[in-house]
Ligand binder design. Structure first.
Ligand SMILES: N[C@@H](CCC(=O)N[C@@H](CS)C(=O)NCC(=O)O)C(=O)O
Length: 201
């Protein structure tokens, strides 16, 4: 498998997943903003010139959540994904999708408003609103983690997606000071060798 990866982006999720599963992978490395992400060859793999994307034999797939599901279905041998008959299965799907659906839209705004835009074009109203929204969205994660180590029973693809998104949300100003379950969860995940390696890749 080849992972199209740029450091400190959502493609960390895919490197992390492969590390957790002990799968072999190669990397095609980009840096965010690289003009080569818009090369016609790469646009055939990701038409929006984003990462992550994955090549596996004849398969080409993008969208981090879809890639996580694909790898688990094809190469997971039942690991890190509750079976469809398990009571954890709907919970797993819910938290797998919560990352891109609820957390990352506000992360995107904060990246633009606090990192990418020049200071004179930043909008404090947008920054404040997104930090408040992220804080609320992390509240639901905190509730879900009450009495649990992971979002859907055992460590799973849901933690790869929403655990990574929660980590990034807290870094960008989502307030977890009154969310002990999320704080402990982020710490727990960030001590896993697979995530340490993925963040360093
Ligand atoms: N929903 C997509 C988002 C992909 C995405 O926006 N990736 C960012 C990095 S985190 C990217 O490649 N940005 C490059 C750019 O905007 O030029 C996914 O989960 O894969």
């Amino acid at each position: 498998m080849k992972i199209y990866h740029a450091p400190n982006t959502r493609s960390v999720r895919i490197v992390w997943l492969c590390e957790e599963l002990g799968l072999d992978y190669e990397l095609e490395m980009f840096k965010l903003g690289d003009a080569c992400m818009r090369d016609p060859e790469y646009l055939k793999i990701h038409p929006m010139a984003r990462v992550p994307a994955l090549a596996d034999g004849d398969v080409r797939i993008f969208e981090s959540g879809a890639i996580v599901e694909y790898i688990l279905a094809k190469h997971g041998n039942g690991r890190m994904r509750p079976g469809e008959d398990s009571p954890e299965f709907p919970t797993y799907l819910q938290w797998l999708h919560y990352a891109e659906g609820m957390l990352m839209p506000h992360v995107n705004i904060l990246v633009v408003e606090t990192i990418l835009l020049p200071e004179d074009r930043r909008n404090p109203v947008n920054i404040d609103r997104s930090k408040k929204q992220l804080t609320r969205m992390l509240g639901a994660v905190d509730q879900a983690l009450e009495g649990r180590e992971f979002l859907a029973g055992e460590f799973s693809g849901a933690d790869i997606m929403s655990g990574h998104a929660a980590t990034v949300s807290a870094r960008l100003g989502g307030d977890i000071s009154d969310k002990p379950n999320v704080a402990a969860y982020i710490k727990r995940l960030n001590e896993r060798p697979g995530l340490i390696k993925a963040f360093a890749t």
